[in-house]
Write a protein that binds this ligand. Structure first.
Ligand SMILES: Cc1cc2nc3c(=O)[nH]c(=O)nc-3n(C[C@H](O)[C@H](O)[C@H](O)COP(=O)(O)OP(=O)(O)OC[C@H]3O[C@@H](n4cnc5c(N)ncnc54)[C@H](O)[C@@H]3O)c2cc1C
Length: 441
């Protein structure tokens, strides 16, 4: 069983579906340190966008912010070819990027609109479609990760209240004890900085999260996501982005193949005749008739996938896939944001969108905190952030996890369950709208 997500660069889209420092000496003493109001550890998509959003918040104008990124500063220029790391961003993220003026830089370069999303089962006729080619509403937008960061950086550079430091790997974190009021970080060059509030945006293996000593629920899927940029043979807008989740051994094989062999493997996976069950076929037909009798729409016109003609040279890569959720997103003087707090399977293209949702919420909460005259690390305000985001993130993560488990099996009762589920979801507009709403915010 495999799962493919084709993140279309065309309207067609398919988804088959510090530890605190215990070293000798109090390096974290705040005397002599450079002090900031906020330090953001990690300048990926989330840390960079958070720095820019907070920096532009009028209520936080007199706050000094430091963004620390371990990687080198990269001079960015639009490459001729699409890069293989792209994300599908939802309308909520689009709104956030618009609000900080970063979207215009993406628009001036390149992105693709997804108008219609189709999910279908390889072993039954069940399918579901979201969005409509003719509708003014977009389902999502496909943007290259590097372009997104470059677009936000364009705006970030213009802010006087945010300092960005590259090649700045944090090696130790000190979070405040009950009698202390600031967090401190030490960099690999020996420099130390302190702050009122530390924001951990340092990704899946977050050291900030480890320093908080929060419980972290995590498992690996024993799967890799193989990505590649594909050239389609039948559409005018002919590029598409592939995420193929498969076993680590198969992923290795896919990376070793020649490019022609890889194209054959993808075409074969899409078009292969998977064994079908008579029971499932009969049940889905009967259910379809029932839905028609009840006047519920069961009129999916299934769009068949195009043939893959070739892949962009050198565009293959593989990434490990896993699940993770921190039981707490906040602690004294510290907050987790993005993948540092939660990690999900990319099958629904929701991972970074959850992080962007965190940013929108934290920006509002910190603005309110300052507006009310409170300190940035006021735990009752930070709790609002944690509660609001967990109320959104946990159901989304459970839904994605459920889909992953359901689609990772060819056990007939499960195939039947998911096929009827797809049909019912397609037919019941309120349910479908609820899914769209949850995925769009
Ligand atoms: C194959 C695949 C496809 C995906 N597709 C989608 C999609 O379509 N839509 C979607 O919403 N999500 C998608 N995701 C998920 C998305 O890529 C992640 O959610 C996102 O990259 C997380 O961003 P982040 O900034 O939180 O973390 P990261 O991207 O991991 O960034 C963390 C940053 O912190 C820095 N850092 C780490 N440690 C330190 C330190 N000690 N000191 C200083 N800096 C440090 C790192 O250098 C890095 O720049 C996909 C994921 C995969 C694997």
């Amino acid at each position: 069983m495999f799962l493919i997500i084709l993140k279309s660069k065309s309207p067609f889209a398919k988804s088959i579906i510090t530890r605190t420092c215990t070293k000798p000496g109090r390096w974290y003493s705040t005397t002599g340190n450079k002090h900031y109001d906020i330090i953001i550890a990690g300048g990926g998509m989330i840390g960079t966008t958070l720095a820019c959003t907070l920096g532009k918040n009028p209520l936080l104008q007199n706050k000094r912010i430091l963004l620390l990124e371990a990687g080198k500063e990269k001079a960015w220029a639009l490459p001729d070819k699409y890069t293989n790391r792209v994300v599908s961003i939802n309308p909520g993220t689009h709104k956030l990027l618009n609000s900080i003026n970063a979207w215009k830089h993406i628009e001036n370069n390149r992105f693709a609109i997804v108008k219609r999303l189709q999910v279908w089962d390889a072993v039954s006729d069940a399918s579901i479609t979201f969005g409509d080619q003719t509708s003014p509403e977009d389902v999502s937008y496909i943007v290259e990760n590097d372009l997104l960061i470059a677009a936000v950086n364009n705006e970030l550079k213009q802010l006087d209240n945010v300092k960005v430091q590259y090649s700045a790997k944090v090696t130790d974190y000190h979070l405040p004890e009950y009698h202390e009021s600031s967090s401190s970080v030490r960099l690999d060059d020996g420099n130390t900085y302190s702050c009122e509030l530390l924001l951990g945006c340092d990704g899946v293996n977050s050291q900030v999260r480890k320093a908080m000593k929060v419980n972290y629920l995590t498992w690996n899927y024993d799967q890799m996501g193989v990505v590649a940029t594909l050239n389609l043979s039948e559409l005018t807008d002919s590029l598409s982005s592939l995420v193929w989740s498969t076993t680590p051994d198969h992923a290795k094989e896919l990376l070793k193949m020649t490019e022609d062999q890889f194209v054959d493997a993808v075409n074969n996976a899409i078009w292969k005749n998977y064994g079908r069950s008579l029971v499932v076929d009969q049940a889905t037909k009967t259910f379809d008739t029932l839905l028609r009798l009840m006047n519920c729409p069961s009129d999916t016109v299934r769009q068949f996938p195009p043939k893959i003609a070739k892949i962009e040279e050198g565009s293959r890569a593989a990434f490990p896939l896993g699940f993770g959720h921190a039981v707490n997103y906040i602690g004294k003087g510290v907050v987790l944001v993005g993948d540092a707090a939660h990690r999900i399977h990319p099958l629904a293209g929701q991972g970074v969108n959850l992080g962007f949702g965190d940013i929108t919420c934290l920006n509002r909460v910190l603005g309110n905190t300052v507006h009310s005259g409170s300190k940035l690390d006021n735990l009752s305000y930070l709790k609002e952030y944690e509660t609001e985001r967990q109320r959104h993130n946990i159901p989304t993560m459970l839904a994605v996890e459920g889909l992953h488990r359901l689609y990772n099996s060819d056990f007939t009762p499960l195939v039947l369950l998911r096929s009827l589920g797809l049909q019912a979801t397609h037919a019941l507009s309120p349910l479908k709208n609820a899914i769209i709403h949850q995925a769009a915010t």
